[in-house]
Design a protein around this ligand. Structure first.
Ligand code: PLP
Length: 397
């Protein structure tokens, strides 16, 4: 094996036709099968908050696997009990539904919202409102609330009752939202859709209108949640009042686990058998997540993420001064990005990868930088240095 990449493996073509084959990682570094190292500013799409090579987490998983791997949601296990209590205590929540992925967390949220609306407002008040450039997942319910034509069009017809408004447009929100809606689903910072952040007026309009019409606010914190933005939850940054919060990506530091946090007024209306999953919240993923929670919920750790995020933003601003094709620096904490105009983003991603830096795209023209939260300032500077070299090439073209 003398190449970093493999071509045309039997993976579906909705991904790619060529992949780097990674063998291991350490901290914020990944190593491929020929020994080339990459500085990772992508974290497996904002998942690997604690970085790679975590022997302590491996130990927790191995010990739990030795004791008990799975029992189903017909029964409880100690790790699931402990984790659910921590999550419920982290905000205005009464219960948590565990799942396996972000999209599943949102499916549960949408279903709970419809049940709540049916039982409090009666039939016909089932509509769901979401916003342009939001991303909530690929299964049909979550996809019906993700109004990006590229994702939706091939799969139409989608579910009835899903409506869209422009993000941050208070007038349109006021003109649309009424009692016939069960819920609004929204991201505070649009992780996949260009890193646009909710503005103050929009937050207060959403808080006011949702109360007025008894519409649940589902905050999708799958990308923003759990310290990524320099706050435990991004809704706290902007003062948004959530009813339901969905979490996933970093929750178990790379193992598949999601959580849908629901308030008492929703939980109290649910009946046995109305929703469920076989694997969600198994003892191995929740045992690992409990260990991860200790770090991600720690106030000192969260403050450090905020400070490192400011440091990264300042360095991106400096780069912007050097290259006219760079635009606004966006995001919060270590969910950061910079607009790239005139040059082809996929070419920038490829050039960065060749130079040993993994980065992501967000929306049409934003480079997204989401390193593991344990990254040091020195490593952030190394990444900025590589980006500088990459941008230099495009300046010369
Ligand atoms: N919601 C947000 C904000 C996301 O960023 C993502 C994934 O990128 C999802 C939902 C869907 O998560 P998953 O891919 O785990 O289904």
């Amino acid at each position: 094996m003398n190449k970093s990449t493999v071509k045309n493996p039997p993976f579906p073509k909705n991904y790619s036709t060529e992949f780097i084959v990674f063998t291991h990682g350490d901290g914020v570094w990944l190593t491929d099968r020929v020994g080339k190292r990459y500085l990772d500013f992508g974290s497996g799409i904002a998942v690997n908050a604690l970085g790679y090579g975590k022997k302590d987490l491996a130990q927790v998983a191995a010990e739990q696997m030795g004791k008990l791997i799975h029992v189903s949601n017909l029964y409880a296990t100690e790790p699931a009990l402990k984790l659910s209590q921590k999550l419920v205590d982290s905000g205005p929540f009464a219960a948590v539904h565990f799942g396996n992925s972000g999209t599943e967390a949102n499916e549960a949220a949408l279903k709970y919202a419809r049940l709540y609306s049916l039982r409090t407002k009666g039939e016909g008040n089932h509509r769901i409102l979401s916003f342009t450039n939001g991303f909530h997942g690929r299964t049909l319910g979550a996809l019906s609330s993700t109004f990006t034509p590229k994702y939706q069009d091939p799969f139409k017809p989608l579910l009835p009752g899903f409506e869209v408004c422009p993000f941050n447009d208070v007038d349109q929100l006021e003109g649309t939202l009424d009692r016939s809606f069960a819920a609004v689903i929204v991201e505070v910072i649009q992780g996949e859709g260009g890193l646009e952040k909710m503005n103050e007026e929009f937050v207060s309009a959403l808080n006011r209108l949702s109360k007025e019409h008894d519409v649940l606010v589902i905050v999708d914190e799958i990308q923003t949640g759990l310290a990524r933005t320099g706050s435990l939850y991004a809704y706290q940054l902007v003062g948004l009042a959530p009813d339901i919060v969905t979490l996933s990506k970093p929750l178990a530091a790379g193992l598949p686990l999601s959580a849908t946090l629901i308030p008492e007024r929703v939980d109290s209306l649910l009946r046995v058998g109305e929703h469920g999953t076989t694997f969600g919240g198994g003892p191995v993923t929740t045992a690992v997540a409990l260990e991860v929670w200790k770090t991600l919920s720690d106030a000192g750790f969260i403050a450090e993420v905020g400070a490192k995020g400011e440091f990264l933003a300042r360095n991106l601003e400096e780069l912007k001064g050097k290259y006219p094709f760079l635009g606004r620096v966006k995001g919060d904490g270590l969910l950061r990005g910079i607009e790239v105009n005139e040059i082809d983003i996929p070419k920038v991603l490829t050039a960065a990868q060749e130079a040993g830096l993994l980065i992501l795209r967000s929306g049409q023209n934003v480079l997204r930088l989401v390193p593991p939260l344990i990254i040091s300032e020195d490593e952030l500077l190394q990444g900025i240095g590589i980006l500088d070299q990459v941008f230099k090439k495009f300046k010369e073209v």
